[in-house]
Design a protein around this ligand. Structure first.
Ligand code: FAD
Length: 475
């Protein structure tokens, strides 16, 4: 097959249509597009793209198998390293990961669309129930706290090695941010559900409605299991700290998105409805702000995004910014809220000031400085605050032996080992809010370290071969 020069972009739903539904925006490659894009891969011997993959997917190999007309083999290669590929293919910031190191990036035509190909192969595997191989039980058991990508990856790798894993999740549904945060139109919950079913099929038990630190305690888990992994995320939202933030109609992006995604508040007749403002202001400019703005737009609102720096400093992915603009989200840049205005307890507007950029701050970004005398009012009936999140303190408060930083993140080494013997941690709970793939990488590193520890304690025979030397293949 002749390799097209130009990268093949993913077809998307028309913006005018998609603002009226919650269906997936990116439609996925057809087989023809996938094969044409796979043909662009140069199959570099040193695989520079793999440097950018925290879970070490053998990218050239899975693309080569696809190109050779062997999609099952391609799926097996992908699943060997990535426990949640249909999710990564949809939400990973590939431009900063694998595609950043693609040698085609510097040439005309752009990097190979590795993420789009990953999604294609993962969806193929899901549709045909292709499963990773897994060893028979080695007798060891591990408890995993939380069910986001860090925990699911750790649990899956341990289960593949024959360890009995039980996941304890506080919410009534497993998946962490994948189910409660990222909207349906970017990551359908049926896709997440299928990936979680695959993890469960490896023999992982998932117990929902269990809040570690309230209904069961870390000490109990440490006593009852050979090791414990904490992947409790960073779900505590930050607020502006300005007057009017307790008015009716102000919410954090986390609460707003949880109600819409997890509680299905976008559907008519939902048991836990969400406020549907006509004129919504979203404060912030990261991926979470874009998700909140685009969700409010689909609920029928005119949406304005307020951000105190300029477009160049917006932390959201370029693709998300573009999609938000296509959907009619207005951006008020170099603008900072100073008060939320109310009437009879409800939001009626927001007082803002204009900013200009000064010298770079500690983050390297130019510091926004208020322009004197620039105060003005914006009318709105709902404000959604998307200014970042930190780890929930429940676990630390109930288990003070666990060392944490002043920001509430768990202190652990690169293999997830914490200050407590047998206790490991990773993902957003350790790094603060980051990305799915970084959380997954951390989960995998902890799984490896736990297997090594189990081997040292004589609980399993051979960590290198995956946990136990006698293991068969239980598909
Ligand atoms: C709206 C939104 C959009 C995002 N978009 C992207 C994106 O496009 N691409 C990307 O790469 N990243 C994105 N991220 C970031 C990414 O989702 C996170 O970095 C990732 O989910 C972190 O994984 P985790 O497993 O560490 O934690 P989480 O996904 O937060 O999962 C933690 C889980 O632990 C549970 N838990 C917490 N405390 C307890 C307890 N005490 N007991 C039991 N269970 C507990 C929580 O309920 C939760 O289910 C987004 C984040 C948000 C909020």
């Amino acid at each position: 097959m002749k390799a097209d020069f130009q990268r093949h972009e993913m077809p998307t739903q028309n913006p005018a249509v998609r603002i009226g539904n919650f269906d997936e925006v990116a439609l996925g490659y057809t087989e023809e597009l996938a094969l044409a894009e796979a043909a662009r891969c140069l199959n570099c011997k040193d695989a520079p793209c793999m440097q950018g993959c925290p879970v070490n997917v053998h990218i050239p190999k899975f693309i080569a198998a696809l190109r050779a007309g062997k999609p099952d083999e391609s799926a097996e290669i992908l699943l060997a390293d990535n426990n949640l590929p249909a999710i990564c293919g949809r939400v990973c910031p590939q431009e900063n990961q694998c595609e950043k190191f693609c040698v085609r990036r510097e040439k005309a035509g752009g990097s190979v669309a590795i993420g789009n190909l990953e999604r294609f192969v993962a969806d193929y595997a899901s549709a045909r129930n292709v499963m990773p191989s897994c060893k028979s039980s080695c007798g060891a058991k591990v408890a995993v706290v939380g069910s986001g990508p860090a925990s699911l990856s750790c649990a899956a790798d341990l289960a593949k090695a024959g360890v009995k894993v039980t996941v304890f999740e506080a919410l009534h549904k497993a998946g962490g941010v994948l189910v409660y945060g990222i909207p349906e139109f970017r990551l359908p919950k049926s896709v997440v559900g299928k990936e979680i079913e695959k993890v469960a099929a490896l023999g992982v038990d998932i117990e929902t409605n269990v809040v570690v630190g309230k209904t069961v305690f870390v000490e109990e888990l440490l006593a009852g299991y050979d090791a414990v992994f904490i992947g409790s995320g960073a779900g505590l939202p930050s607020f502006l700290g300005i007057k009017g933030e307790t008015l009716d109609g102000v919410s954090s992006a986390n609460e707003f998105l949880t109600r819409v995604n997890l509680m299905k508040a976008y559907k008519d007749g939902a048991v836990t409805p969400v406020q549907r403002g006509k004129n919504v202001v979203v404060v912030g400019a990261g991926n979470v702000a874009m998700d909140a703005a685009r969700t409010a737009r689909r609920l029928g609102a005119e949406v304005t995004l307020v951000y105190r720096r300029s477009r160049a400093e917006m932390p959201a992915r370029k693709e998300e910014i573009l999609h938000a603009e296509e959907e009619g989200i207005k951006f008020e840049l170099l603008t900072n809220p100073v008060e939320i205005l109310g009437e009879n307890g409800f939001v009626r507007g927001m007082k803002c000031v204009r900013m200009q950029l000064g010298e770079p701050d500690a983050s390297g970004r130019r510091r926004p400085v208020e322009l004197a005398g620039s105060e003005f009012e914006m009318a709105c009936d709902e404000v959604i605050v998307a200014l970042g999140t930190t780890p929930n303190p429940i676990i630390k408060r109930s288990f003070p032996a666990l060392e944490t930083t002043s920001k509430g993140t768990i202190v652990a080494d690169e293999n997830g080992r914490t200050s407590v013997d047998g206790l490991y941690a990773g993902g957003d709970a350790m790094t603060g809010a980051a990305t799915v793939i970084l959380a997954m990488g951390a989960g995998k590193r902890s799984a490896k370290a736990i297997l090594r520890m189990l081997e040292e304690k004589g609980k399993i025979k051979c960590a290198e071969c995956g946990g136990n030397s006698d293991g068969g293949n239980v598909k």
